[in-house]
Write a protein that binds this ligand. Structure first.
Ligand SMILES: [Zn+2]
Length: 227
């Protein structure tokens, strides 16, 4: 018996040491969120009921080599690497068909989103602001996977109609999925997404998922639920 104990003791010590090293820390918010990301980094779900912690900063933020509206800040020109590369391909494929797209606003930190939200509440009131502008932590711009897109007029702040009605907006709606992007806030899905229709907001999810979502007229919430 003693001999068995002596043999097993080192194994027991190793097991305890491994447990202590790899034990998940429930207090670590970012770690809790990472477990949610395992389904694939680019499928992270952020909405009014799935919020990001204020210290969530995506890895690999880079600036895609595309045209941006002059009002875009340097922070707003950043996207996660894979999404940034896909955006370059998307804009390239648009320009081949003489469609000129411009980036307006991509990554926004928690702090920037807070400023945007507070400013809108001051101008139009909380109820109206909540329809379009996400509260800090509830915006998927914080993931670095989403971007608001516009056309030449929009880039000069001269767009008089909804971007969705322009030829660029129509092109984006029918082609974004080929390069891995989805229209994140379609018409008539407001009750699921929690946000009003936005013809300019696209979100990177990867080409396979984007095509599935496009073909089935789903939104990300529905796709993740039925997966
Ligand atoms: Zn947006």
């Amino acid at each position: 018996m003693k001999k068995l104990f002596v043999t097993l003791l080192p194994l027991l010590i190793v097991a305890i040491v491994l447990y202590v090293i790899f034990k998940p820390n429930p207090m670590d918010k970012s770690m809790t969120y990472n477990s949610n990301e395992k389904s694939g980094d680019c499928l992270i779900l952020v909405n009014k009921s799935n919020t990001l912690p204020n210290d969530y900063i995506p890895k690999n933020l880079i600036m895609p080599n595309v045209k941006f509206a002059s009002c875009a800040s340097n922070e707003e020109k950043m996207m996660q690497g894979e999404a940034a590369k896909a955006l370059e391909e998307l804009f390239k494929s648009a320009s081949k068909e003489k469609i000129n797209l411009y980036g307006l606003s991509a990554y926004r930190s928690y702090e920037t989103q807070k400023q945007v939200y507070d400013k809108r509440v001051k101008t139009v009131g909380k109820k109206q602001a909540d329809k379009y502008v996400a509260q800090p932590g509830a915006s998927e711009h914080q993931t670095g996977l989403a971007i608001d897109v516009t056309n030449g007029d929009g880039a000069k702040d001269k767009l008089k109609v909804d971007f969705g009605q322009t030829k660029e907006g129509k092109w984006l709606k029918s082609n974004a999925q080929n390069l891995g992007f989805i229209m994140r806030y379609p018409m008539e899905k407001e009750n699921i997404t929690g946000y009003s229709y936005e013809s300019w907001h696209i979100r990177y999810v990867g080409a396979d998922v984007a095509k599935k979502i496009y073909n089935k007229h789903m939104v990300l919430e529905e796709y993740l639920k039925n997966k």
